[in-house]
Write a protein that binds this ligand. Structure first.
Ligand SMILES: Nc1ncnc2c1ncn2[C@@H]1O[C@H](COP(=O)(O)OP(=O)(O)OP(=O)(O)O)[C@@H](O)[C@H]1O
Length: 775
C-alpha cells in the first residue's frame, strides 16, 4: 500500500514537473521576446514619436504621442518584470514543487479536495485548477494549524469548516520524492529533525515547510495593533517575523509595498544575515535598519553620538570609573516612560519662557539676533502649540531674509564677487533680461538692470543655505536647551524626579553635554524634546514595524517609535532572558512594552519550544535562568556541552585553539569564539590568529555575516547562530555579577550543535547548576 501510494505521488510529481518545465519554456521564450521589444522601444523611442511644436495643436499631439509611447514601454516593462518573477518561482518549484498536502472535505460538500502546498502557486494547463497552492493562501493554514479531523480556515469572506482526512509531508529533490510520510501531529517531527540537524548556512533559512502552529499564529495575525512575541532563545521569533513579512506582502499584494515594512534589527551584520530569506520566498526585501542608524540620521553632526555597543562596553567594563554607579542609574532613569513626562513638562514650560535661539549669521555678521527671534516667538499667541509657533517664526524669518537680501545686494562684497563671475553667468543674466522684456528693448538703463540682476543672483545663491537652515528650524538651539533641562536644579519639570541619585545624574549629564557628547541613553530623550519643540517628524507611509530583539529597547524608545510611525502596526519579538542592556539587566519584571497600546489592541504569543540547539544544549542553558524549565527542547540529540578548566590564560588559549582545530576537522561550517567585550575579543583574536588559520574578528563595524571561524563579542552575536560555540572565558572573574547572567545565557544559546566553555581558576557561578548535575 505504502509503495503504491508512493508511486501514485511520484506520478503526480512527474506530471507537475513536466508542466513546470513546459511553462518555464514558454515563459522564457515570451520573456526574451519582451526583452527585445523593450530594448527596441528604448532604442527607437524618439524615432517613433512625432514631435512638432509649431503651434499649440501640434504640440498637444506631440505630447500625446510621447505619452502613448511611454505607456507602451511601461506596460512591456511591467509584463517583463512579472514574467521574470514567474520564471524565478518556477525555477524554485523545479527544485521542489511542494512540501505538503492536506485532503479536506468542506462541510457543505462531499468532494475530498487535495491541496498541495509549495512556496508559490501554480495552475494546471486549463488555468482553472491549482496544482500547487502558495503556502500563504488562506486554505494553506489548514496544514499548519490542524491535525486530521475537524478543521477550519479563515478567508476574507468568512470561515470555512470541514474535515481534514489526510495530512502528508514530502521531501522532494529534483523531481524525486526522497521521503514522504503521513502525520498525525501538527507538523511531523521527522521533517523538522532533518531540517534542524543540518549545518548552519551563512544566511538564515526559510522555514515554510515546517512552520509550527504557534508560529503560524504570528505569521497570519491581522488583528493586533501590537503583536508581542515572547519566545525562548532559538524558538523561531526572527524566522516567524520574516515569514510574516512574506505573508503580509502576499496577503496585501497590490496595496502593500515592501518599503512600507520596516525591520529594526540589532546590528548591521544581522541585516546581511537575514537579507536573503525574503527573496528566497520570492519577495522583494523590506527596509532594514537599526535604531542607531535612525538616531544617526536624525542627530547628524549635532553631537558626538554614542552607540549602544559603546554603552554596553562601558557598563560591562568600566566598573572602576568613579561615575559608574551614577551612569548606570542615569541609564535606568532615562529609559523609563516616566522620563518622557519630565521632558513634556520641560517643553511645556518653554512655551512660556526659556527657549533659546541661534542668531542668523551671514558673513560673520548677525542678520537677525537670537533676542529678536526670541522676542518674536514669545510675541505670538500662546494658545498655539510650540511647534506651530516655531513654524510661524520660520515663516517670519524667511520673509525677513527676503527683505534683508535686498539690502545685501548693495554691499561691497557683492560688487567684488561680480567681478569674479564667469562669462556664463553674464550670458545667463543677459538672456534672462531679454526673456523678461522681449527682444525689443535696448534701453539706456540696461547696464544697471543687468547689474541688479547679477547682484540679486549672487545674494540669492548665498542666502539659499540660510533659507534652507531656517526651513529646517536650525535657529532653535536644541543642544543647549537639552543641557538646560539638567542645569537648573530646582526646575519645575523635575518636580517628580524623586531619585536619590538625581543630583549626581544631573551633574554627570551636564558634563557630558558640555563635552559635546550625547550618550545612548540621552539620544532618544533629546530627540523627543527636539520633536516636541519643532514638531514630530512622522513617517506615515510605513504600515508594519518589526522590532527584533525587542527586549533591548527601553520603554522610552518604544513610545518614541510609536509616535514616529503612527500608522504602523507593530510586531515586537523578544526574550526577556536575553535583556543584556543595563536599563533592564536587573529588573526581572522588566517589560518595555507595558502600556504601549491598550489591552484590546495588544496580543501576546509565547513560544516555548526551542529549535536551534540540541536537547543537551537547551537543558544546559535553561538551567542558568529563572523559569528555564518552561523551555521545551526539540527532541534532537547531540553531545553534552563541555566545561574545561585551564591553569592560566596561556593554557586556556591553547585549549581553545585545539578545540577549534578539532571542530574544523569535523567539518563545522560556522564556529564562534564568543567573548564578553570587544577588548576581550581582540585579545583572543590576537592569541588565536597565529594558530588557527582563517579565523576572523567581528567588530561592530562588520557589516556582512559569513561562515567560518570567528571571534565575536557577546552582544554582536545576538540573534545569530553557529554550528559550534566556544565560550572563550567563562571564569567567575569575567561573568560573576548577577547583571551578567543574561549576557552569559545569550552567548551560550547561540550554539546549534556543540557548546564548549573554558575557564581559569574559578568558573562562573551561572554554571553551578551544570556542575551539580555533572557530579
Ligand atoms: N518551524 C521551524 N522549522 C525549522 N526550523 C526552525 C523553525 N523555527 C525555527 N527554526 C530554526 O531555529 C533556529 C532559531 O530560529 P530564530 O533565530 O528565528 O530564533 P529566535 O527566537 O529569533 O532566537 P534568538 O532569540 O535566540 O535569537 C533557526 O535556525 C531557525 O531556522
Amino acid at each position: 500500500m505504502q509503495g503504491e501510494q508512493r508511486m501514485e505521488e511520484q506520478k503526480r510529481v512527474d506530471r507537475v514537473m513536466r508542466l513546470i518545465r513546459e511553462q518555464l519554456g514558454k515563459l522564457l521564450q515570451s520573456s526574451s521576446g519582451m526583452r527585445e521589444d523593450i530594448v527596441d522601444i528604448r532604442k527607437n523611442f524618439w524615432d517613433d514619436v512625432t514631435l512638432n511644436f509649431e503651434d499649440s495643436a501640434e504640440a498637444a499631439e506631440s505630447a500625446a504621442s510621447l505619452k502613448q509611447q511611454a505607456e507602451v514601454l511601461a506596460e512591456r516593462e511591467h509584463s517583463h518584470r512579472h514574467a521574470e518573477q514567474q520564471v524565478k518561482l518556477l525555477r524554485k518549484l523545479e527544485q521542489s514543487p511542494y512540501f505538503g498536502r492536506v485532503d479536506f472535505i468542506e462541510e457543505s460538500s462531499t468532494e475530498n479536495e487535495q491541496i498541495y502546498l509549495g512556496i508559490g502557486s501554480m495552475l494546471d494547463e486549463t488555468g482553472s485548477n491549482y496544482l500547487i497552492y502558495d503556502w500563504r493562501a488562506p486554505v494553506s493554514s489548514l496544514y499548519y494549524d490542524y491535525s486530521p479531523g475537524p478543521a477550519e480556515y479563515v478567508t476574507p469572506t468568512g470561515n470555512i469548516k470541514g474535515d481534514m482526512t489526510l495530512k502528508r509531508q514530502y521531501v522532494i529533490r529534483r523531481g524525486n520524492i526522497v521521503s514522504m510520510f503521513d502525520t498525525g501531529v501538527t507538523i511531523g517531527d521527522e521533517l523538522l529533525q532533518e531540517v534542524l540537524g543540518k549545518q548552519s548556512d551563512a544566511q538564515m533559512k526559510s522555514i515554510v515547510g515546517t512552520i509550527q502552529r504557534e508560529q503560524n499564529q504570528i505569521i497570519r495575525n491581522e488583528r493586533a495593533r501590537l503583536l508581542v512575541v515572547q519566545g525562548a532563545a532559538g524558538s523561531g521569533k526572527t524566522s516567524a517575523a520574516l515569514q510574516r513579512v512574506a505573508y503580509l506582502l502576499y496577503r496585501y499584494r497590490g496595496t502593500l509595498q515592501p518599503d512600507q515594512i520596516v525591520l529594526f534589527s540589532p546590528n548591521s551584520m544581522f541585516n546581511s544575515y537575514v537579507a536573503t530569506v525574503l527573496p528566497e520566498l520570492g519577495e522583494q526585501n523590506m527596509q532594514q535598519t537599526t535604531y542607531q542608524q535612525y538616531l544617526e540620521h536624525r542627530i547628524g553632526q549635532s553631537f558626538a553620538l554614542e552607540d549602544p555597543f559603546a554603552q554596553m562596553e562601558y557598563t560591562l567594563g568600566a566598573m572602576d570609573d568613579p561615575s559608574y554607579e551614577t551612569r548606570i542609574a542615569s541609564i535606568r532613569h532615562k529609559s523609563g516612560a516616566a522620563f518622557m513626562k519630565v521632558i513634556e513638562r520641560y517643553v511645556e514650560s518653554l512655551g512660556e519662557s526659556g527657549l533659546l535661539f541661534k542668531a542668523i549669521k551671514f558673513r560673520g555678521r548677525k542678520l537677525v539676533s537670537a533676542e529678536a527671534i526670541e522676542q518674536h516667538f514669545y510675541s505670538l499667541n500662546k494658545s498655539y502649540t510650540v511647534p506651530n509657533r516655531m513654524k510661524m517664526v520660520a515663516d517670519w524669518l524667511l520673509k525677513e531674509l527676503t527683505r534683508l537680501s535686498k539690502v545685501e545686494r548693495k554691499k561691497q562684497w557683492v560688487e567684488d564677487e561680480m567681478e569674479l563671475l564667469d562669462k556664463e553667468a553674464y550670458i545667463h543674466v543677459y538672456n534672462e533680461l531679454r526673456r523678461k522684456e522681449g527682444s525689443s528693448s535696448e534701453s539706456f538703463d540696461e547696464f544697471d538692470r543687468e547689474k541688479d540682476m547679477l547682484a540679486s543672483m549672487i545674494v540669492q545663491e548665498r542666502f539659499k543655505r540660510l533659507r534652507s537652515r531656517v526651513k529646517k528650524l536650525r535657529f532653535v538651539d536644541t543642544q543647549t536647551l537639552y543641557r538646560r533641562l539638567y542645569e537648573n536644579e530646582q526646575a519645575l519639570w523635575l518636580e517628580e524626579v524623586h531619585l536619590a541619585e538625581w543630583e549626581d545624574i544631573r551633574k554627570l549629564t551636564v558634563e557630558q553635554l558640555y563635552r559635546g557628547e550625547l550618550t545612548y541613553e540621552d539620544a532618544t530623550p533629546y530627540l523627543y524634546m527636539k520633536d516636541l519643540i519643532e514638531g514630530f517628524q512622522m513617517n506615515t507611509s510605513v504600515r508594519h514595524l518589526f522590532i527584533d530583539e525587542a527586549q533591548d529597547y527601553s520603554p522610552f524608545q518604544f513610545h518614541y517609535l510609536k509616535r514616529v510611525f503612527p500608522m504602523a502596526k507593530m510586531t515586537a519579538l523578544g526574550d526577556l532572558n536575553q535583556s543584556i542592556f543595563a536599563h533592564a539587566a536587573l529588573g526581572n519584571g522588566f517589560d518595555p512594552l507595558g502600556d504601549l497600546y491598550n489591552k484590546e489592541e495588544t496580543e501576546t504569543i509565547v513560544l516555548t519550544r526551542s529549535y536551534r540547539s540540541t536537547k543537551q544544549i537547551v537543558e544546559f542553558t535553561s538551567s542558568m535562568i529563572e523559569g528555564g524549565s518552561r523551555i521545551v527542547p526539540f527532541n534532537r540529540n547531540g553531545d553534552e556541552p563541555t566545561i574545561t578548566a585551564a591553569a592560566n590564560v596561556e593554557e586556556l588559549q591553547a585549549r581553545v585553539a585545539e578545540r577549534i582545530r578539532t571542530l574544523q576537522g569535523e567539518g563545522a561550517q560556522s564556529i564562534a569564539v564568543i567573548c564578553k567585550t570587544a577588548a576581550e575579543s581582540l585579545a583572543a583574536f590576537e592569541a588565536l590568529a597565529g594558530v588557527c588559520p582563517g579565523i576572523r574578528l567581528v567588530e561592530k563595524e562588520t557589516v556582512t555575516f559569513e561562515n567560518g571561524t570567528v571571534v565575536i563579542p557577546s552582544y554582536l552575536a545576538k540573534g545569530v547562530e553557529f554550528d559550534a560555540v566556544i565560550l572563550y572565558n567563562a571564569s567567575r572573574s569575567v561573568y560573576g555579577k548577577e547583571s551578567e547572567r543574561k549576557l552569559f545565557y545569550t552567548a551560550c544559546t547561540r550554539a546549534m550543535h556543540e557548546l564548549h566553555l573554558f575557564y581559569t581558576s574559578e568558573p562562573s557561578p551561572f554554571l553551578s547548576h551544570a556542575f551539580s548535575t555533572q557530579k
